[in-house]
Design a protein around this ligand. Sequence first.
Ligand code: SF4
Length: 360
Amino acid sequence: MVKAEISRKAADFFLKNIDMLIEKPVRFMEVCGTHTVSIFRSGIRQMLPEKVELVSGPGCPVCVTPNDYMDTAIAYAKNENVIIATFGDMLKVPGTSTSLYAVKAAGADVRIVYSPLDALQLAVGEPAKKVIFLAVGFETTAPLTAATIQAAQNQAIENFFVLSAHKWTNEALNALLSDPEIKVDGFLLPGHVCVITGEEPFHFVAEKYKKPAVVAGFEALDILQAVYMLAKQVHAGQAKVENAYKRVVKTQGNPAAQEMMAAVFQKTAANWRGLGKIENSGMAVNENYARYDALRSIPVQKELSKENPACRCGEVLKGNIRPVQCPLFKKICTPEHPAGACMVSVEGTCHAWYKYGQGR
Ligand code: SF4
């Protein structure tokens, strides 16, 4: 049997059984932005029975980065002794009154890099400047930032700094679940994050909140299988954390990457766009590496931060509304001219709805 035929039969099996197992309407949240994109690309929303609704969660790192962080980065960019090194996505994220893209166009030295190691190399090549890497992302990208900070120390590179917005996804889920307004019946857990963390940090979803959760991969069949496993739990009245991505995610995760993060970062309260301040959800550079922390090493004066009151990104990230319910969607807010962070990144929910259509 050719692969496509096997895949079709497997998809049919999952869809038929999801339909049989789910008796009344349920909402499952995909926590990860990469899942959101895969779900849209493969048309899974339309394939699932109407009683199964998939909503997107706070798993797009660019989307959850608040104006406060962008304003700080922009203020640093205006310092003529500073080079900002950033992933390209961050350029268009609106701050309170401007963006990195606009200040770059006005002459600020903002460079696009593809990894923190690129930023470190930039620092080596520009010894007269202070290079600040915008460290945005979850447990997937934080180990590489930690390794780069350690490399900077080992190589005695003194003009490399990090502005950390790294975050712990499990703490965001904890905050989300403690909000009584959140109506979600189960979670597709982020496969990439769990590769690093393992399953244990998400056990609270089942133990404390009695919600089923399944670690999911990123192919269409991976996602359908995870939804099927959620459906089985819902049908049986169970709540446990299961792993549908065992070919990649080990129960204990990646201990070496965990040790790297623990060596360089400490837990701190962090601001999440839409979710507000969440205790212990941020990764701040710890005392041992304090000289690489931009905030502690380079003074900065930024504007008073305010969120755009018309942007409903926060409610989108909590799964409370769909992007089409935002009055700016497609009218004022587009990927070319985003009014909010959820429209900027390809993993942003508003971006996905714009690009792939509204689905259900
Ligand atoms: Fe914010 Fe734009 Fe999404 Fe509306 S469509 S919630 S303005 S990002």
